[in-house]
Write a protein that binds this ligand. Structure first.
Ligand SMILES: Nc1ncnc2c1ncn2[C@@H]1O[C@H](COP(=O)(O)OP(=O)(O)OP(=O)(O)O)[C@@H](O)[C@H]1O
Ligand SMILES: [Mg+2]
Length: 242
């Protein structure tokens, strides 16, 4: 099981509460989107779940196990960064091979896995190009391939569509949902792996979350609601309410 549970999670940077007493539950196979204005703590929450950062308060559970203090490499989480963070000096294939190298997987096995991941995001044939020779949408797909190549239990996407134009965004929204289904099937698990998408949108209602401010002991509620869009119909939007 790889469901995610956050209980009263806070992250403070000095006087700023980047995340403030957040409760969140993502069941296995769910696709959850968090909306909020710039600076409301979306990237912070994601980095806490991925294990790149430690919360100041609260607990984080994955599959029922308390991973609050566990390092990132023990969590088997794929992460697509807000800025893609592709290695510019590496080819597409080398970028996708990178997380396998970190896990000591090499040779033909690694190459096969990397080419499979590139096929899944429809980038076959472009493996020898460098990121600068790709469109924004293609770079996004490389970042996705790199995040799924090691078969993560959880996929976190930080504003995965933010840098794309509307047409590409709509196409990739549908593809992300299809990818989640495909990953679930190919893993031969009863449920697809959970994909938590953490999207920022300027169209988000401001009531979801005010920008962080100095902590004042203010109680925080958690809020859930459905969000009707091609990417998340039937899924939940969750986030701390102001
Ligand atoms: N390392 C840090 N040191 C100090 N403050 C930080 C740090 N990282 C984030 N913050 C602050 O925490 C708050 C939340 O930042 P975060 O990056 O999580 O927001 P976000 O919702 O992802 O914003 P955006 O939509 O612009 O990406 C911001 O006020 C930010 O300035
Ligand atoms: Mg962010």
């Amino acid at each position: 099981m790889s469901d995610i549970r956050l209980e009263g999670v806070s992250k403070r940077y000095g006087p700023v509460a980047a995340a403030d007493n957040v409760d969140l539950a993502v069941a296995q196979g769910e696709f959850v989107t968090i909306l909020g204005p710039s600076g409301s703590g979306k990237t912070t929450l994601l980095s806490l779940i991925a294990g790149l950062n430690r919360p100041t308060a609260g607990r984080i559970f994955i599959g029922g196990r308390d991973v609050t203090e566990a390092p990132a490499q023990e969590r088997n989480i794929g992460l697509v960064f807000q800025s893609y963070a592709l290695f510019p000096h590496m080819t597409v294939l080398e970028n996708v091979l990178f997380p396998l190298g970190v896990r000591k997987i090499g040779g033909a096995v690694a190459r096969g896995q990397a080419l499979d991941a590139l096929k899944l995001v429809r980038l076959e044939g472009l493996q020898e190009r460098r990121p600068s020779q790709l469109s924004g949408g293609q770079q996004q797909r490389v970042a996705l391939a790199r995040a799924i190549v090691f078969k993560p239990d959880i996929l976190l996407l930080d504003e995965p569509l933010g840098a794309l134009d509307r047409k590409l965004r709509e196409e990739l929204q549908v593809e992300l949902k299809q990818l989640q289904r495909t990953l679930g099937t190919t893993r031969k698990k009863p449920c697809p792996c959970p994909i938590a998408s953490w999207c920022w949108t300027r169209a988000a209602p401001s009531r979801w979350r005010r920008p962080p401010r100095p902590i004042s002991g203010r109680p925080t509620a958690s809020l859930r609601s459905s969000w009707a869009s091609p990417i998340s119909s039937g899924s939940r939007m969750a986030g701390p309410a102001s």
